[in-house]
Design a protein around this ligand. Structure first.
Ligand SMILES: [Zn+2]
Length: 309
């Protein structure tokens, strides 16, 4: 009896000790792997009257078609998202010691956390609004969305009818412009971006390096046209799309419906994004025709025409 009792006490003590060790291990792990706070929302009350932007769709970049289409051509480049050419801003460089508020410099307002120009999206400027590696829109902006008929994709409500019109016109020519990725919310983009950074950090990179690495594949939130609902990735996100009849049809006809190839080949240094034959941006029919005829990318065309953006 006594022996039984003392064994039970010893067993109980062992359980307590093992539990304590487990809790300590978890605490140490958490303290080592905790992400630095990146407060994307603290500069959302911008009062800027400045500039421009664009948008996207509910696509999980962690579940891209690379899995399902891996048998296609595994040697070609596939983008998880709009793939940046170089990283000009490191959004992880937050200075937590300074109170973050938008910094105004003349007409331009800058996000102190990212160093990017904050642009506002309005009815007047949405067609030509520009977001890229140096320009972002505030997280408070949410486009009014409309569902693309017969799909689970959404675009800015001002753009959706134009996509449907283009889709139907292509269909009459025997071409199916399958919507692949449309609107993606700011928060969705943020999760993807930070998730990618976490993965890189887990591989041993510093947080700064991890965010920089993530930004090469996933545009930081507020810098993707998909977050604005102004663009559509059509059919797929493989470079081979440039050899497909759907792409040929788009290069010949998309402008009639107000869409341009936003990231053309050879303009990578200006757009900051690699050639994306699948990514078509709505700019309005008049602008689209002029931009297409000019052979310039959006940023160049705006500069050439002295259009402030
Ligand atoms: Zn895209």
């Amino acid at each position: 009896m006594n022996q039984n009792k003392s064994s039970r006490i010893v067993a109980a003590i062992l359980v307590v000790l093992v539990s304590a060790a487990a809790v300590t291990a978890v605490l140490i792990y958490n303290s080592k792997h905790r992400k630095p706070p990146v407060d994307w929302d603290k500069y959302t009350s911008s009062t800027s009257s400045a500039a421009q932007t664009d948008s996207t769709a509910p696509v999980d970049t962690t579940a891209q078609p690379s899995d399902t289409e891996a048998t296609e051509d595994t040697t070609e480049t596939k983008a998880d998202d709009d793939t940046t050419v170089s990283v000009q801003n490191d959004p992880s460089e937050n200075d937590e010691s300074t109170s973050a508020s938008a910094v105004s410099d003349g007409n331009q307002v800058t996000n102190p956390d990212t160093g990017r120009i904050l642009v506002q999206v309005t009815d007047d400027n949405y067609k030509l609004v520009v977001v890229n590696s140096t320009r972002e829109f505030p997280s408070t902006y949410e486009p009014k969305l409309a569902q693309i008929l017969g799909t689970d994709k959404y675009l800015d409500a001002r753009v959706a009818p134009h996509y449907e019109e283009m889709y139907n016109a292509a269909k009459q020519d025997g071409i199916t412009l399958t919507p692949y990725s449309a609107y993606r919310s700011y928060d969705h983009q943020k999760r993807n971006y930070e998730g990618r950074a976490s993965n890189e950090h887990a591989k041993g990179l510093s947080w700064d390096a991890a965010y920089a690495e993530a930004a090469k594949v996933i545009l930081p939130p507020g810098t993707s046209e998909h977050n604005l609902g102004l663009c559509m990735d059509i059919c797929n996100v493989y470079n081979s799309f440039a050899t497909q009849p759907e792409y040929r049809w788009l290069t010949e006809n998309a402008y009639k419906y107000g869409f341009i190839l936003r990231y053309p080949e050879g303009k990578e240094k200006i757009t900051g994004v690699v050639f994306e034959p699948w990514h078509w941006r709505y700019v309005g029919t008049e602008n689209a025709k002029a931009i297409r005829d000019s052979g310039l990318c959006l940023e160049e065309w705006l500069e050439a025409n002295n259009i402030a953006y």
